[in-house]
Design a binder for this molecule. Structure first.
Ligand SMILES: Nc1ncnc2c1ncn2[C@@H]1O[C@H](COP(=O)(O)OP(=O)(O)OP(=O)(O)O)[C@@H](O)[C@H]1O
Length: 266
């Protein structure tokens, strides 16, 4: 059995008065190629679970093995590297940079992926603060990447050209080859989400964590994204999808419900 996720008695308590028990002794085993839907009411702990699984938050207690690696005792730098190599993130609101082309948005995953959230956090920062892009030189290379030779190696080549080639491969996987030089503003919602999925795939993750990935899509585009998820699962990717939509959870092979921080499998 090839376990991608192995949670044992994972709890997350937020300090407050009284303390908030957002996750209570969660036990979960997810094998490679599993496709899980996580459902539950507002405030039940879904985002806390996803942040914990995505190494964006640490449990208060318990053990979390990702691909067999105990993550709870890793230092921040090692967690960030592990996240960059093994986890892709897909969010409801795409987080694409409006002033960058489709290909550039996908390429930026490998620049920002080193520092967290597969581009999500940093991409949001850049949108809010265009000066953040000053860390990228005119050839599109980040200072951080130059300092980190492994980042280049994972780009499937050296520098911008290798990154561009990989971005085009990922865009082909999601059926967006015909839009590589478009700006996101000219894409439909479903197309934007497919670009965001291509970006999430850039690091070659084993696990895709999706937070309401179809929340901003109509039913036709939802179907297209779900078809894409099926294809990725068939290729061996492990998928965890937070959703409140029955049409989405019905497509997953497993459904877990979280309620007041307690997880049960349906
Ligand atoms: N930083 C924090 N400090 C204190 N309490 C928090 C913090 N973050 C989350 N919580 C609380 O933890 C509980 C779980 O929150 P979480 O965001 O995981 O829920 P959720 O299921 O994702 O909700 P939604 O579907 O509304 O996004 C909630 O009661 C929330 O108020």
């Amino acid at each position: 059995m090839n376990l991608v996720i192995h949670l044992d008695d994972v709890s997350r308590v937020f300090p407050a008065d009284p303390p908030v028990h957002a996750l209570s002794k969660i036990r979960l085993r997810v094998e490679q190629g599993d496709y899980l839907a996580i459902v539950g009411p507002s405030g039940s702990g879904k985002s806390t679970l996803l942040n914990t699984l995505g190494l964006l938050d640490r449990p208060t207690s318990g053990s979390y093995l990702l691909d067999g690696i105990e993550t709870t005792t890793l230092k921040d730098g090692a967690r960030t590297r592990l996240r960059g190599h093994r986890i892709g993130f897909v969010y409801q609101s795409f987080h694409l940079l409006d002033h960058r082309t489709v290909a550039e948005n996908v390429m930026l995953a490998e620049v920002y992926g080193r520092s967290g959230g597969a581009g999500g956090e940093r991409a949001r920062n850049e949108q809010a603060n265009p000066r953040a892009s000053a860390t990228i030189n005119p050839r599109g290379e980040a200072g951080g990447e130059r300092a980190n030779p492994r980042a280049r190696a994972t780009a499937g080549g050296y520098g911008r050209r290798g990154r561009r080639r990989r971005a085009e491969e990922m865009l082909e996987k999601v059926g967006m080859s015909h839009r590589v030089d478009f700006l996101p503003g000219r894409l439909s919602g479903g197309e934007r989400q497919r670009v965001a999925i291509a970006r999430a795939l850039m690091g070659g993750p084993s696990l895709l964590l999706c937070d309401e990935p179809t929340g901003n899509l109509d039913s036709r585009n939802t179907e297209a994204v779900l078809d894409l998820f099926d294809g990725l699962r068939d290729q061996g990717l492990t998928l965890l999808v937070i959703t409140h939509e029955d049409a989405v959870s019905a497509r997953a092979s497993r459904r877990v419900r979280i309620s007041d921080g307690v997880l049960t499998e349906e």
